[in-house]
Write a protein that binds this ligand. Structure first.
Ligand SMILES: Nc1ncnc2c1ncn2[C@@H]1O[C@H](COP(=O)(O)OP(=O)(O)OP(=O)(O)O)[C@@H](O)[C@H]1O
Ligand SMILES: [Mg+2]
Length: 332
């Protein structure tokens, strides 16, 4: 089956007063139909930029400078504004970290729901409301008949996020993108939202992309994972393979601590010594070389290719290159 989303060699830049930043560099991965794909990586690695690129909602100073994003085989970069609005309205939706900023504070949920469903011309207003009430019940909002006339500030953080998920699912999108959906919530709420996403996914077979810096949460929820570093995909593959046999030194550093702890909620990205490189300049060699514990000469001047290890598991590292001779691997 064709993957729902195929990202191919995607390059994204942002203009800043200090020059253009290369936020994504040659990013390629697939999101298979009906699966949950997690995107992890430290702050600034480009996770949100991937989501905004797919939605074609990059801020005014951002642009796709290379590559393509195929959705059901169709290149989203070729769509005009009207087709894009339709894509965002019907086929893909986003759940944000902080629903307070994405929901409209001066509108009741009833009004917001009518706005979301305005494209469903075949449905009467009362059908739309009944559909929304059923969805609110489904995501665990008690008393939806009363709650639908309330405003976002009258909901708790967890309830607002449930409402965000309900509204994102109203149009039955094929793709749900969630950017740190539980970061603003406490651990109990987080667990509930994760459980909710998982059961909704099992029921509706919606394809989900989940951005998170919580490795435990990704392990628990996702089928596949994409590990980002400084705008590049350094490793990707089935969750079990990547977590059990991380191949890239960056991924290894992220999950080298007791793997058993990964299933505990609240296992956030550990800090790795050093900083992300300056994304304005293209350094020679491997982008992780400066922080890598396994660095050797080749890493400093040759960019590693993505090496396939097993079934869909690949990583960008010279250590995986079978042509790499032993002497070259002495530390630099
Ligand atoms: N509108 C913008 N203008 C300039 N630079 C930007 C803009 N948006 C993002 N960037 C830069 O692009 C890079 C990737 O940012 P992005 O927000 O995608 O990272 P992230 O992985 O989502 O980080 P976080 O975990 O903090 O949300 C960063 O260097 C960031 O500073
Ligand atoms: Mg982000």
């Amino acid at each position: 089956m064709t993957p729902l989303v195929q990202i191919r060699n995607l390059d994204v830049e942002f203009d800043t007063k200090h020059g253009p930043i290369k936020a994504l560099r040659d990013v390629s991965f697939d999101v298979p139909q009906g699966k949950i794909v997690g995107i992890v990586g430290e702050s600034g690695s480009g996770k949100s930029t991937i989501i905004w690129s797919i939605a074609r909602l990059l801020s005014g100073n951002g642009r796709i400078v290379g590559g393509e994003i195929l959705f059901n085989g169709r290149n989203l970069c070729d769509l005009d504004e009207a087709a894009l609005r339709d894509f965002r309205g019907r086929q893909a939706s986003i759940v944000f970290q902080d629903p307070m900023t994405s929901q409209i504070p001066v509108k009741s949920y009833r009004q917001q729901i009518i706005d979301v469903l305005y494209r469903n011309r075949g449905q009467s207003r009362s059908q739309k409301i009944n559909h929304a009430l059923a969805m609110m019940r489904r995501v665990g909002i008690p008393d939806p008949e009363q709650r639908i006339d309330q405003f976002p500030h009258q909901f708790s953080g967890g309830m607002r996020q449930r409402m965000g998920i309900a509204m994102a699912l109203l149009m039955k999108p094929q793709l749900l993108m969630a950017d740190e959906p539980t970061t603003a919530l406490d651990v109990t709420m987080e667990a509930q939202i994760i459980h909710l996403l998982r059961s909704l996914q099992a029921e509706t077979h919606t394809t989900i992309m989940l951005v998170s810096h919580n490795l435990g949460l990704v392990a628990e929820l996702c089928d596949e994972v994409v590990v980002m570093y400084a705008g590049q995909v350094v490793e990707s593959g089935p969750i079990g393979a990547v977590y059990a046999r991380p191949a890239h030194p960056y991924t290894q550093a992220l999950i080298k601590s007791d793997p058993a702890r990964l299933t505990e909620r609240g296992h956030y990205l550990p800090t790795i010594p050093g900083d992300l490189p300056d994304l304005r300049f293209r350094q020679a060699g491997c982008i992780f070389a400066d922080r890598c514990l396994n660095v050797f000469n080749t890493c400093r001047h040759e960019e590693p290719a993505a090496h396939v290890l097993e079934n869909g598991h690949s990583a960008r590292c010279h250590l995986l290159d079978p042509r790499q001779s032993a002497p070259a691997m002495s530390p630099s």
